[in-house]
Design a protein around this ligand. Structure first.
Ligand SMILES: Cc1cc2nc3c(=O)[nH]c(=O)nc-3n(C[C@H](O)[C@H](O)[C@H](O)COP(=O)(O)OP(=O)(O)OC[C@H]3O[C@@H](n4cnc5c(N)ncnc54)[C@H](O)[C@@H]3O)c2cc1C
Length: 417
């Protein structure tokens, strides 16, 4: 029972450890010198290991092909992940939004635990880049060999866990998608998800570096004339447009991405309704009555936002606070409650937290992760056309599908023996 696992990310390490633990002779191919390079930078180096939620809630947090995950998440759930890592010696803690992190706040501990799982279960790690998967013959329905830069290796089953296309410097540069296509699998075109949004609005560059906390962010789809996303929290203005946690999450809803179709609306003062905000502005204007507007707003807004807000409201920076009319104050108030930014697109996929798209789920059995075209070929992790919101869900996809693929490959080989 010789199984090749291609890719030493979380999906591949789970698959390799699981299959070897079940008695298979497993080789894990990883082209980098280290395993789990992307995993090591997850959660800003803290690794949001999973989300402490039920399988149903997990599926609700998938942005694409959630139903495909039903079997895998029910076999290896978030609760199983938590137990799994604690048994591997990584104590975990749950933070806001059920996000689970290592107590140490070190993603490296998660990488080392998974490596330990691989090695202790008896899998062999080979640091070679896989270049192709070779079928047993022109008429064959089985993969016979894994071809690497250094040689060809015969296997009874192959699990492809090469990840998507984001952060290619970590090794996830689309090889698995190329293998799948070469074997006749349909690949849904990869697009970036959980990604910064670009805007032609010059106010973004003017405010670059400004991080806003406690703002309400709403995304409007102007083509459908409806609100498609609402969130509360942090966002960031950058030289290209907008980013930060709420924006990254919002990006997963903006499909298809079309220039000019979406608008991000920011309520800068969500805790104050219009009446309270008006009273607040009046009291600030009273306090700074002889100052120019640009100075009179210094208590209400961060410095770099004052000029863009005044300009949006159609007022002059030099106007004295005590000469602002009721109508002008109204314009200011409207801008503070709804500062909008038109979106032109996303940053490139290389900068995305996850890749949306990948090997089409219609050609993979959701109960086994087995290819419907090749009887001994399996897929797991981000290489598959599934993705989710931020919050630990994407790593959970990797563990659940990795475990499922390994288990199915071993059961199938047992049956064939
Ligand atoms: C900055 C950042 C932060 C993130 N933070 C989080 C988070 O906190 N929580 C969360 O849930 N998700 C997070 N994610 C998403 C998460 O990291 C991915 O969804 C997850 O790593 C996918 O796992 P994978 O095993 O499928 O693929 P990967 O982790 O991409 O691993 C694929 C592996 O395959 C190897 N490989 C590729 N081609 C070959 C080949 N030809 N031969 C041999 N080896 C090959 C690669 O070198 C790589 O090691 C984050 C992503 C990024 C970029």
């Amino acid at each position: 029972m010789k199984i090749a696992v291609i890719g030493g990310g979380p999906a591949g390490m789970c698959a390799a450890g699981k299959a070897a633990g079940m008695g298979a002779e497993v080789t894990l191919f990883e082209k980098n010198k280290l395993l789990g390079m992307k995993l090591g930078i997850t959660g800003k180096g803290r690794c949001n290991v999973t989300n402490n939620c039920t399988p149903d809630d997990f599926i609700k947090n998938m942005t694409k092909n959630g139903k495909f995950m039903f079997s895998a998440i029910n076999s290896f759930s978030s609760a199983d992940t938590i137990e799994f890592f604690e048994e591997l010696g990584v104590p975990l803690k749950t933070e806001r939004g059920n996000r689970v992190f290592p107590v140490s706040d070190k993603a490296r501990d998660v990488v080392l635990a998974l490596k330990k799982y691989v090695l202790e279960s008896g899998a062999k790690i080979v640091h070679e880049k896989v270049t192709a998967l070779a079928p047993a013959g022109t008429e064959a329905s089985r993969i016979a060999e894994v071809v690497t830069e250094r040689g060809r290796y015969a296997f009874d089953a192959v699990i492809v866990c090469t990840g998507g296309l984001s952060y290619p410097g970590t090794g996830s540069d689309g090889d698995g998608l190329r293998f799948a296509e070469a074997l006749g699998h349909k690949v849904t075109p990869p697009t970036p998800s959980l990604i910064g949004l670009t805007s032609g609005d010059k106010c973004c560059a003017e405010m670059q570096g400004l991080a806003l906390k406690n703002v309400a962010v709403t995304v409007m789809d102007t083509a459908k004339k409806k609100k498609i996303y609402e969130d509360f929290g942090e966002m960031l203005f950058t030289h290209f447009g907008v980013s930060g946690p709420t924006v990254l999450s919002a990006s997963a809803h903006m499909r298809p991405m079309e220039s000019g179709r979406y608008e991000v609306h920011i309520d800068l003062k969500p805790a104050l309704d219009e009446e309270k905000l008006d009273r607040r502005i009046l009291s600030d204007f009273e306090k700074y009555k002889n100052k120019e507007l640009a100075n009179a707003l210094s208590d209400l807004l961060p410095a770099s936002m004052i000029k863009p807000v005044i300009a949006r409201a159609g007022l002059a920076e030099t106007k004295k606070a005590n000469s602002v009319t009721q109508k002008e104050r109204r314009a200011l108030l409207t801008t503070l409650k709804d500062f909008s930014v038109k979106i032109s697109g996303t940053r490139p996929i290389a900068e995305a937290i996850v890749t949306s798209g990948g090997v089409a789920v219609s050609e993979i059995s959701p109960a086994t992760m087995q290819s419907k075209k090749w009887e001994n070929l399996y897929f797991a992790g981000e290489v598959i056309d599934v993705d989710a919101y931020t919050g630990g869900f994407n790593l959970q996809i990797a563990y659940s599908t990795g475990m499922k693929a390994a288990e199915s490959a071993v059961y199938k080989l047992w049956e064939e023996m």
